[in-house]
Design a protein around this ligand. Structure first.
Ligand SMILES: [Cu+2]
Length: 171
């Protein structure tokens, strides 16, 4: 009886603590560039309505052998993907965009082809919020509405005139 009331008390006090990090994921989708592709990527908007910064530190899924957090960097006009080992910061009362041409969750060694309309389960791990599992719909046909600069996985490497890169360079 004593233990039970202690546990109950702990649960009550937990629920009244101010929110440290309140992670929400909006509009997640995943895609592969072709039906035979061995890799896929997941995109979403991660919001944090809490009072503390959080950080996406890793991810896992049964749909792929290996999952990494990636971004794109442009070297000599060519976009390349790079692992972001420190993860993606989700600022307090802010958001981080995972979108084509930028941050994404990279899935390598897909265990099955990404079929349009099917779903995968993705497990995100945050420094503060812990594990956040979610169902992500495969949408290979998705045009990224948030992609203001018109760049995406497909056309970045073939881009020759560099005009879309203005504003992304420091010099
Ligand atoms: Cu990648």
């Amino acid at each position: 009886m004593k233990l039970k009331s202690i546990l109950l008390g702990a649960a009550l006090s937990l629920s009244t603590l101010p929110a440290l990090a309140e992670i929400n994921v909006e509009d997640p989708y995943a895609r592969a560039s072709s039906p035979a592709a061995q890799v896929g990527a997941a995109f979403m908007v991660i919001t944090n309505s809490g009072d503390a910064d959080d950080r996406l530190i890793s991810a896992s899924t049964e749909a792929a052998k290996r999952v990494e957090l990636h971004t794109h960097v442009i070297t000599d006009g060519v976009a390349k993907m790079m692992e972001v080992e420190e993860g993606f910061v989700v600022p307090a009362h802010g958001e981080v965009l995972l979108q084509r041409g930028g941050y994404h969750v990279m899935m390598m060694g897909l265990t099955a082809p990404f079929v349009q309309g099917e779903t995968i389960t993705l497990n995100l791990v945050f420094e503060v919020a812990g594990e956040v599992p979610m169902v992500v719909t495969i949408d290979n046909e998705r045009q990224d509405a948030m992609n203001h600069d018109g760049m995406n996985h497909e056309n970045m490497e073939g881009m020759s005139d560099g005009s879309a890169m203005e504003g992304m360079s420091d010099n």
